[in-house]
Design a protein around this ligand. Structure first.
Ligand code: PRP
Ligand code: URA
Length: 208
């Protein structure tokens, strides 16, 4: 079973604190989500394979590296969209496959409403993006979709997780590596993460 990697970086801790703050407005919230996603992806991509290639500098020939793996990002709509700009900046050639899943209010069960996975899934590593891992239902459903299409190397990158969500994802998909900026205390009676940051989608898109 793979570990959950909770960032211990001071920059991440500082930015997550600003992200949590109820006074932080939409513009800054989006910027912080972008910056934290960049820092988390730095860690989540640390094991990507590279080919050694020669590079001609102005002075000499050196040995360089070229990423060998094809990456696909799978943002879970809608809040996962807030992590796409950072992901696409870091890996501009990565594919982005949109997956729409929302939590049904009364049951809190995930409901899939949009799936734009291409016919040909020619990637080596799939990275699911969603700011919140609460009950874990949405993340498990997303990974289920990917595994049904025979994708075997899947990672999850989120901003804040609850222990309940980490457990659910690890129980359902023990091979999926989980990277988050913070692991919070618990879920409240509405299945919101405490202390959390509220509704990530609403805060990203100004719909609170
Ligand atoms: C939020 C969040 C996750 C999900 C997490 O989405 O972005 O997808 O809840 O909760 P879970 O772990 O209990 O499944 P939401 O359903 O609010 O939809 P939205 O992104 O469209 O606002
Ligand atoms: N979805 C959110 O946006 N926030 C939570 O705390 C839980 C689910």
């Amino acid at each position: 079973m793979s570990e959950v990697v909770v960032s211990t970086h001071p920059l991440v801790a500082h930015k997550v604190t600003r992200l949590r703050d109820a006074r932080t407005g939409t513009k800054e919230f989006r910027e912080l989500a972008h910056e934290i996603t960049t820092l988390l992806l730095y860690e989540a991509t640390a094991d990507l394979p590279v080919d050694r290639i020669p590079v001609q500098t102005p002075l000499t020939t050196a040995t360089g590296a070229e990423l060998q793996a094809n990456i696909g990002f799978i943002p879970i709509l809608r809040a996962g969209l807030g992590m796409v700009p950072a992901a696409s900046s870091l890996l501009p050639h990565a594919q982005v496959w949109h997956l729409g899943i929302y939590r049904e209010h009364s049951t809190r069960m995930p409901v899939e409403y949009y799936n734009k996975l291409p016919e040909d899934l020619n990637i080596d590593v799939a990275i699911v993006l969603d700011p919140m891992l609460a009950t874990g239902g949405s993340a498990v459903a997303a990974v289920d979709v990917l595994k049904l299409r025979d994708l075997r190397s899947v990672k999850f990158v989120g901003l804040i997780a609850a222990p309940e969500g980490v457990k659910a994802l690890r129980d359902a998909h023990p091979d999926v590596q989980i990277y988050v900026a913070a692991l919070d205390s618990h879920l409240n009676e509405d299945a919101y993460i405490v202390p959390g940051l509220g509704d990530a989608g609403d805060r990203l898109f100004g719909t609170a």
